[in-house]
Design a protein around this ligand. Structure first.
Ligand code: URA
Length: 270
């Protein structure tokens, strides 16, 4: 029996991944929009969801059984690593313990807001790898009210000790006498980047909240609350990282678990 002759029908796998009904999935296949391991699929194709790489319009469909994706509103004073040697509470303690998931990127101890946790190593790698730059939006309450010149520096690039920052979208959302609220959109993931940018222009951060990751925002989640992502949201995150081939596809079968744990992913604070 050939690889394509056993396995599960592609439209069933697509429907179970939340792409749409089986009928809608068949239409996508018939329209030539679905590839399996980089080959355009035809109706009747069978796949192995745990190993085959299925894309629609070049965007990965996460079909591997057992993948989970949580969106958490991280409260302050919670560590965003999977384990803390000092025994402080971690984001992983807040979500269900099975299956084991890992935070995607980092937020500082004092930073609040949206964080993803997943056991999907491919998505983790994409979202944290500088090659696949995904926008992150922050609401920063800062000391003082930045001048136009300071806002321009924040937008155009701030000289930090690890180099000049890439252009950022920065808006003054609100200015009071002694403080201001800024919305800051960056796509780099340097350590404590927003705090260091604001420090550098003389406006230290009082409070920092991440409000968006790619297209993903949710004003209904209170600090400490989490929810599962919808499959459309997961696909949206894959789409936000573009259609480049996934670095993990060429790697070993265990590489998902490795990527979610690897130090490179852990070090990114974004
Ligand atoms: N920038 C920061 O300074 N801190 C964070 O937690 C995230 C981005």
């Amino acid at each position: 029996m050939t690889a394509a002759a056993d396995g599960t029908r592609l439209q069933k796998v697509l429907a179970e991944a939340g792409v749409g009904s089986r009928r809608a999935s068949e239409e996508l296949i018939a329209a030539g929009r679905v590839t399996v391991n980089d080959e355009v699929a035809i109706l009747g194709r069978r796949v192995h969801a745990d190993v085959d790489v299925i894309n629609i319009d070049g965007i990965r469909v996460p079909t591997k059984p057992g993948l989970v994706y949580y969106l958490l509103n991280k409260p302050v004073r919670v560590v965003s690593t999977a384990h803390d040697p000092e025994g402080r509470p971690t984001v992983v303690d807040i979500v269900p313990s099975e299956p084991r998931v890992y935070p995607v990127g980092r937020l500082d101890w004092e930073t609040e807001g949206l964080m993803l946790l997943t056991n999907d190593g491919s998505l983790t790698l994409r979202l944290t790898h500088p090659r696949f730059s995904v926008e992150k939006e922050y609401l920063a309450e800062v000391d003082g009210v930045p001048t136009r010149a300071a806002l321009r520096v924040l937008r155009e690039g701030v000289e930090l000790d690890d180099g000049v920052t890439a252009p950022a979208k920065v808006q003054l959302a609100q200015g009071r006498d002694d403080s201001a609220a800024l919305t800051i959109v960056i796509h780099e993931g340097r350590n404590r980047q927003v705090r260091r940018m604001c420090d550098a222009v003389g406006h230290p951060v009082r409070r920092l909240i991440r409000t968006r990751i790619g297209q993903l925002a949710d004003r209904t989640l209170k600090p400490g609350e989490w929810r599962l992502l919808t499959s459309a949201e997961v696909r949206g995150l894959y789409a936000a990282t573009g259609t480049e081939p996934d670095p993990l596809d060429a790697a070993s079968p265990d590489s998902d678990a490795v990527a979610a744990n690897e130090p490179g992913a852990d070090e990114v604070s974004q």
